[in-house]
Design a protein around this ligand. Structure first.
Ligand code: ADP
Ligand code: ZN
Ligand code: ZN
Length: 732
């Protein structure tokens, strides 16, 4: 038999099918093959009778790497789809489908010794055969008799290793190797099945979703409307029918909270796919899904590749979140992938959000998704009241600090009432830059076109793009002056100022710097939930999903921050962020307040966000996008060129740009826009960055995109990487 094999090397030169000979392999199996003058891993993606190559010259597959096909036929079809859609290398796609450590056999199942009694006699009879003073041996036997087979390590720590050894020698007990699953967040999930009686709005949502098991739904429910309970009920129903489910959440920081709720209700049938797990945990959770021990997969975007068959539902919470679009190789859109998998297995797709992306809401309006609305909060509370504070007036009044007088008053009141507050600022570190007041020198990363952020805790400057740390400057390297001005305030400084303002109040901070270990997210959130601190300061990490009943005040310190980015998504992002952050307030009995500080208090986006008026915002935004041909009325294609040699990048871009112009002359109607330029982020990690930006009419994408891909496949210069992105969420 002949097998088509993809070798597991991520390089353009080998990104094609190689034929091998072999016997009895199942398609999807990972195998070891001779390739060039070495051995490498590969994936069998097809079985066939004939090869285009001389069959006598074909090499034999050396051996399988596992005794099961790691990649199912469904996943192979998904791979083909992703290859057509995103033009990714085969190896990069297939790697998404398995736990990283499976490659190179860096992880195996964990085996442990299990001990059991090897004689079938009564306890008394066994004990009679032991010396009366062999207490440990007697206790061990009794224990086994009562509890059945037990891990050797448990017995050793309980009764000492010599007891076990002696019993084994006497033939009273025997051992056997068994596979033990490593479980992430072992103690999370109480097993207590907290179940709410559905409110009529939730019941209606569930009924609609279940009315058509292959439907696609957009659940637009305001913050606190009880979307999670809808998800759980749908999952319960689908699993009861013997099908499997995938539940996606936008960020790793939100997975523990959702995991807990799922485990509470569904116990061991839930498996977590999460990049922060240990290699062994990740492998075991994947295996549990693969072999049907677990039926529910939960995780951030990579969980969309969970190795499940017979999928009944795919649910994407906070569907608008930009993290669902991967912005590094391999680049893909999670919602598209989910849709493909749902179609493939006849599953339902449920997208949920309080602030759906403009494109999804448009799709719902056009009938591509069925729209379900939950316009009210569970507690019947009104949405929190948002006070917009004009920071220009504050400055005029002489308040140079980061807290307006309104926010200070509200903070005091909240603390006095024994409630909690959250302060949101999407800038971590102490301050955004360091500038010499004499000559204007600004400290920048040597590898990126990014100004360095001041970090006070370890007294360093850091690049927030590549993470590189630098020593703090005591003198300007340019003019030797020692007088510096610092840029905008970051979360570290907010905490510092709070401790001056309220010396007795405990403050927690949650941002990328305080959450570097796997458990740290959970610890901070848990401490805050328990009331160990009264104020939580954080970046966008605290904006989403969290449900803290005691929070009655949310302060948004810099509401304009994302508004003035150059790309077309800026207003949408600002609206989403403010609505989400505001939604953290007043989720229980007390009415919530939100203080929104801004320098542009009359901006429509902020006014609508303050009223949390999604529909008006949608109308406003869609009416801007329609005449200007932005998505959903077009598709944006970005071809990104990066490389350490600037000239090579420019030359490569210029060659291909000429070909794209040819393409445009053939399809004048389809090109709404075409231009070439430096990327806004000019250099990153030592590489220069250039781009061709294209806006295509949506109905022409199918025809033109393959031609753009083939332009990019043309002659390549060494050291220049070319990436094509469809509707990128990050245009930096
Ligand atoms: P959303 O995800 O829509 O923002 P959540 O799902 O977090 O909202 O629900 C908000 C709060 O309401 C949670 O504390 C949840 O436990 C509670 N809740 C949900 N459904 C019900 C219900 N039917 N009855 C009472 N409380 C509910
Ligand atoms: Zn200077
Ligand atoms: Zn850098």
């Amino acid at each position: 038999m002949i097998y088509s094999v993809i070798v597991d090397l991520s390089a353009n030169e080998v990104d094609r099918i190689f034929d091998y000979k072999g016997e009895g392999y199942i398609v999807g199996t990972r195998v070891l093959v001779n390739f060039g003058n070495r051995q490498t891993e590969g994936y069998i993606i097809e079985e066939k009778q004939n090869s285009d190559y001389d069959p006598n010259k074909l090499k034999e597959i050396i051996r399988p790497l596992e005794d099961f096909p790691a990649i199912s036929s469904e996943m192979l079809s998904l791979g083909k789809y992703m290859r057509d859609e995103y033009h990714l290398r085969w190896a990069d796609i297939l790697r998404l489908f398995i736990p990283a450590e499976m490659r190179g056999s860096r992880v195996k199942s964990l085996f442990k010794q299990q001990v059991r009694l090897s004689v079938d006699d009564s306890l008394d009879k066994i004990l009679d055969s032991l010396k009366p003073n062999a207490t440990m041996q007697r206790d061990l036997v009794t224990f086994l008799y009562l509890n059945g087979a037990t891990l050797a390590e448990t017995l050793n720590s309980e009764f000492g290793s010599s007891a076990l050894r002696a019993l084994k020698q006497k033939g009273i007990v025997e051992t056997q190797d068994i596979v033990v699953r490593r479980t992430p967040y072992k103690n999370m999930g109480s097993g207590v099945n907290l179940r709410h009686t559905l409110l009529s709005s939730q019941q209606r949502a569930v009924d609609t979703v279940l009315s058509d098991r292959t439907g696609k739904y957009l659940l637009h429910g305001v913050t606190g409307s009880g979307k999670t309970e809808v998800y759980l009920t749908v999952i319960e129903k689908i699993v009861a029918e013997g099908k499997t489910c995938i539940m996606l959440v936008p960020e790793i920081s939100l997975t523990p909270a959702m995991l807990k709720q799922l485990r509470d209700r569904f116990g061991d049938t839930v498996a977590l796919i999460h990049s922060g797990l240990s290699a062994g945990e990740r492998y075991d959770e994947w295996l549990r899904l693969k072999n049907g021990e677990a039926q529910i997969a939960i995780g951030a975007r990579s969980a969309v590749f969970a190795p499940l068959t017979n999928i009944g539902a795919i649910i994407i919470d906070e569907e608008h979140d930009s993290s669902y679009v991967s912005d590094f190789n391999p680049r893909y859109n999670t919602v598209d992938v989910a849709e493909f998998r749902a179609n493939q297995s006849g599953a339902l797709l449920l997208l949920g959000s309080a602030t759906p992306s403009i494109c999804s809401y448009y799709n719902a309006k056009c009938g591509k998704y069925k729209l379900i609305e939950m316009p009210e909060r569970i507690n019947k509370q009104p949405l929190p009241k948002v006070e917009i504070v004009d920071m220009r007036t504050e400055t005029r009044k002489g308040n140079k600090g980061i807290f307006s007088s309104v926010l200070r008053d509200r903070l005091e009141q909240t603390l006095r009432e024994g409630n909690q507050a959250m302060l949101f600022l999407n800038r971590r570190g102490y301050s955004s830059f360091l500038m010499c007041t004499k000559c204007g020198y600004v400290a920048k990363c040597t590898d990126c076109d990014v100004t360095l952020t001041v970090h006070r805790e370890d007294n360093r400057l850091k690049c927030h793009y590549c993470g590189k740390p630098y020593y703090m400057l005591d003198k300007c390297p340019n003019c030797k002056s020692d007088s510096f001005r610092q840029g905008k305030i970051g979360t570290q400084q907010v905490v510092e100022q709070l401790s001056k303002l309220f010396p007795d109040v405990k403050v927690l901070r949650m941002d990328a710097d305080t959450t570097q270990t796997k458990e740290s997210h959970g610890k901070i959130l848990e401490a805050f939930r328990k009331g160990e601190a009264q104020i939580l300061v954080g970046t966008q990490m605290i904006a989403k999903g969290h449900d803290f009943p005691k929070v009655t005040l949310v302060g948004i310190l810099d509401g304009d921050q994302s508004l003035y980015h150059q790309d077309y998504l800026a207003t949408e992002r600002t609206f989403q962020l403010i609505t989400q952050v505001a939604g953290r307030s007043g989720r229980d009995k007390d009415v919530g307040t939100v203080v929104l500080q801004t320098y542009t208090p009359t901006h429509d986006c902020l006014l609508l966000a303050a009223r949390q008026d999604y529909k008006s915002f949608y109308e406003m935004e869609i009416n801007i996008r329609r005449p200007s041909h932005f998505p959903p009325f077009s598709e944006i294609i970005r071809i990104l060129y990066t490389g350490e040699k600037e000239k090579d990048c420019i030359d490569q871009l210029t060659e291909q740009y000429a070909q794209i112009i040819d393409l445009k002359t053939r399809y004048v109607q389809a090109f709404y826009y075409l231009d070439k330029m430096r990327c806004p982020l000019k250099r990153a990690e030592k590489k220069f960055r250039f781009q061709i930006l294209i806006k295509l009419s949506t109905d022409s994408v199918k025809e033109i995109l393959p031609q753009i891909y083939s332009v990019c496949d043309g002659k390549k210069r060494n050291g220049v990487q070319i990436f094509v992105e469809r509707n990128p969420q990050n245009l930096s």
